[in-house]
Design a binder for this molecule. Structure first.
Ligand code: HEC
Ligand code: HEC
Length: 294
């Protein structure tokens, strides 16, 4: 906030309070001597006359009270432009205090979780309950609340891994995130070429395909083998999926696979080293581990 707006807010707030205070004083001192004999002001409209009674006492007390409260509040808490208030309260400070409190309360718990090896921690019911909540807040958005994933987002409950399901691989995935990139092939292979290589790729998982197409595709698969392996079993070092199973990240219909091979795919798993920190990442790795080790 620059000085102009700070001053503007201060003047506006104080002038408002001064104005209502002035009005209250003014009504107190109002001259009632010229009232008519029946105590009305003499105004009459449609047979309705106007009295000039003093404001009810309780109402006045409330009004004065709210003025005192407003002045007290503005003195103690931030509210008058840049003036921070005598108490020095800030929402950041309150958050930091709440976090410190949380750390004091749960810090030892996370420390003990972090000191437990992942396969063992995965069997700790209490730890998994805490982890389930962290999952719901940070991971469910993409992997689903049941962790079964969706098109483009891997299922974490099966034992089929793009990058590996060993504890240290899970920690690596969650800490640093992952970027899976499948190149586009339509420009280099053309429509017929894609048709052939897709037929061969589908045959790897036992699908019924046109044999001539698949045969032609087998030769083309040389280009794919660098990443997906000579037998199409994938490569966890770069997250190239196994093409010989029936689990598909981007869908296994002819249409979807053709789309994947023609235009390529880019997937990003975000890194959680900063948002969760190493202790919670360890806990989440145990949670993911538990999902496929029931
Ligand atoms: C913004 C969406 C998004 C969020 C949020 C997200 N993920 Fe992921 N995650 C992905 C995608 C996409 C992949 C696949 C990456 C690839 O194909 O290269 C993935 C991959 C993974 C993998 C690797 C799976 C395998 O087969 O190797 C694990 C484990 C994982 N996520 C766990 C988590 C956990 C735990 C959280 C929460 C702390 C989380 N993810 C949050 C999108 C997300
Ligand atoms: C540079 C390495 C690389 C090459 C070469 C490559 N791929 Fe891929 N491919 C990947 C990666 C990585 C993914 C996963 C993309 C993701 O994480 O979204 C993938 C995904 C796929 C998928 C989707 C699998 C699923 O589960 O949905 C298919 C199908 C596929 N590739 C087929 C092929 C074919 C056919 C070729 C050869 C024409 C090929 N790939 C060449 C790296 C490669």
């Amino acid at each position: 906030m620059n000085n102009f707006w700070s001053g503007y807010i201060i003047v506006l707030s104080l002038a408002n309070i001064a104005a209502v205070t002035g009005m209250l004083m003014w009504t107190r001192k109002m001259d009632l001597s010229d009232l008519a004999e029946d105590g009305t002001t003499g105004h009459e409209y449609d047979g309705i006359k106007e009295y000039n009674n003093p404001l009810p006492r309780w109402w006045l007390i409330c009004f004065w009270g709210s003025i005192v409260f407003a002045l007290g509040y503005l003195a103690l808490y931030p509210g008058l432009g840049k003036f921070p208030g005598l108490l020095g309260w800030t929402s950041h400070g309150e958050l930091a205090a709440a976090e410190a409190d949380y750390d004091k309360q749960f810090g030892p718990l996370y420390k003990s979780f972090a000191a437990t090896p992942i396969p063992e921690l995965a069997k700790n019911e209490r730890a998994m309950k805490v982890a389930g909540r962290i999952f719901a807040n940070n991971c469910a958005l993409c992997h689903g609340s049941d962790a079964r994933g969706a098109a483009g987002f891997p299922n974490l409950t099966d034992d089929d891994w793009l990058y590996g399901g060993e504890p240290e691989k899970l920690v690596e995935t969650i800490t640093y995130g992952r970027h899976g990139q499948m190149p586009t092939w339509l420009p280099t292979m053309g429509e017929q070429g894609v048709k052939e290589v897709v037929a061969y790729a589908l045959s790897l998982s036992g699908r019924q395909v046109d044999e001539d197409l698949a045969k032609a595709g087998q030769a083309r698969f040389m280009t794919c083998a660098g990443c997906h392996g000579p037998n199409g079993k994938g490569n966890q070092a770069i997250g190239a999926p196994n093409l010989t199973d029936t689990t598909w990240l981007h869908g296994g219909t002819l249409k979807k696979v053709t789309e994947t091979v023609s235009y390529g795919r880019k997937s990003r798993m975000p890194n959680f080293d900063k948002t969760l920190g190493p202790e919670r990442v360890h806990l989440m790795a145990a949670y993911v581990y538990s999902l496929s080790h029931k």
